[in-house]
Design a protein around this ligand. Structure first.
Ligand SMILES: [Mg+2]
Length: 232
């Protein structure tokens, strides 16, 4: 490979979103007193995950605004739990703000994240991140484990106005780092957002398969971050 430049996804590739989000959501449920009217946290959690997933799919396709996603996911989960007070919108906004605040207080990383960044940095690759996650939140995540010291460019969909996997964000990323497509490799855990767009942009792709979902489009597939040392 003639690779000089590495782009990494952030959530569930470097920063262990699933684990950190789980803790933040449970704290939000408790601190907002949801146990008083919702019979179990598990019920709320399952509804939230369902609606959050759907809204993120729409967000990634540019079909819904960030501000709508943030509040709607809580609003829909509250309604599904039969919360029927007039202040549902207000409560959903408060829950979202509390959740985001809690989220970045957790710092579990995907195993091998810092070791991989150290390794790649030591080999002379330029390391960048590319994410659909929210500005202000994503930068804080990169502070975990001191990961930000290895990162040159932080490419966020909010900055360029286009989400992965749409081509605009990859064009924006290439203008920013000044590398040609054949010099770039994308590392990410999402078979629908991380790999297809990078593939179509002409980048090499490494798919981190943590959930046993195949991604035939990826040039390389690994099941742990440290396996990437064998490729780069
Ligand atoms: Mg991800």
């Amino acid at each position: 490979m003639m690779i000089t430049t590495v782009f990494l996804d952030i959530d569930n590739t470097l920063w262990w979103f699933e684990r950190n989000s789980e803790k933040a959501l449970a704290t939000t449920f408790k601190m907002m007193g949801c146990g008083e009217w919702c019979r179990s946290y598990d019920t709320f959690h399952d509804h939230y995950e369902h609606f959050n997933h759907n809204l993120w799919q729409q967000y990634n396709q540019g079909l819904v605004e960030k501000e709508v996603l943030e509040v709607r996911r809580f609003e829909q989960a509250l309604e599904a739990c039969n919360y029927c007070c007039d202040d549902v919108d207000e409560l959903a906004q408060a829950m979202n703000a509390y959740y985001l605040d809690q989220l970045v207080k957790h710092d579990a990383l995907v195993p091998g994240a810092v070791e991989l960044l150290q390794y790649l940095h030591g080999k002379g690759y330029e390391l960048n991140v590319i994410s659909n996650g929210f500005k202000g939140v994503q930068e804080k995540k990169l502070e975990a484990g001191g990961m930000n010291r290895y990162i040159t460019h932080v490419v966020l969909s909010e900055d360029c106005g286009v989400t992965k996997p749409r081509q605009g964000i990859y064009d924006y990323a290439m203008r920013l780092c000044g590398a040609r497509p054949e010099q770039i490799v994308m590392i990410g855990d999402d078979p629908t957002t991380d790999i297809p767009g990078a593939h179509d942009a002409g980048w090499d792709t490494i798919y981190l398969n943590m959930r046993g979902i195949d991604c035939p489009l990826a040039h390389h597939t690994v099941t742990s971050l440290l396996e990437i040392k064998n490729l780069l």
